[in-house]
Design a protein around this ligand. Structure first.
Ligand SMILES: Cc1cc2nc3c(=O)[nH]c(=O)nc-3n(C[C@H](O)[C@H](O)[C@H](O)COP(=O)(O)O)c2cc1C
Length: 175
């Protein structure tokens, strides 16, 4: 039987069952995020692990596309702490993006459903999260990731497109 890796199987999951997700599972998701590569190994990420109904409600209202936060078992908010990066370093967005993707892949591996909800760079969404959780200005709410057991099975989709690849085997010409 062909085993398709979590990277290939990962899909956004926006509907969850009522089943509980344990603190240990949530810790494993965050741990995967912390394993991400980062420029200069600065690891600028911090996390809110939101399990309270009031907290999930606030996140559901922070963006017009975040309503599923209400029904998730928990929501992980990936934050970038600007005090953890060198002055004017431009790489932190890539750092926390890699972190966020790692969490999604690990969720797939654990049989959980999750979805990346974009917050940064929308100022209104970031401000709503800062206010709801009393976050200081240095903390940038980058993405929210609702997590729960999937209400329906994710559909594998093969997105491979040979036409997007230019093989460079000799010299530098690609056209
Ligand atoms: C930066 C970013 C922001 C996203 N924001 C949202 C969002 O606000 N709400 C949502 O439901 N999905 C959001 N998504 C998920 C995408 O809609 C989803 O990844 C895309 O449709 C591909 O589907 P798949 O994840 O199942 O492969 C976001 C994804 C990324 C990478």
């Amino acid at each position: 039987m062909e085993i398709i890796s979590s990277v290939m199987r990962r899909r956004s999951c926006r509907e969850y069952t009522q089943a509980a997700v344990t603190d240990e599972q949530l810790r494993q998701l965050v741990a995967a995020g912390m394993q991400a590569p980062s420029a200069r190994n600065e690891r600028p990420w911090e996390f809110l692990v939101v399990c309270s109904e009031a907290g999930k409600q606030s996140l559901a209202q922070a963006s017009p596309y975040a309503k599923m936060c209400r029904n998730a078992a928990a929501v992980i908010v990936v934050l970038a702490n600007m005090e953890r990066i060198a002055a004017n370093s431009p790489w932190w967005v890539q750092d926390v993006s890699a972190c966020t993707e790692n969490i999604l892949i690990r969720a797939t591996e654990l049989g959980l459903g999750a979805v990346w909800l974009g917050m940064y760079p929308r100022q209104d969404r970031m401000q709503a999260i800062r206010e709801a959780f009393s976050l200081p200005e240095r903390c940038v709410p980058f993405a929210a990731i609702p997590v729960g057991y999937p209400a329906k099975e994710a559909q594998y989709e093969d997105r491979f497109d040979e036409t997007r690849i230019r093989w460079v085997r000799e010299g530098k010409a690609t056209v």
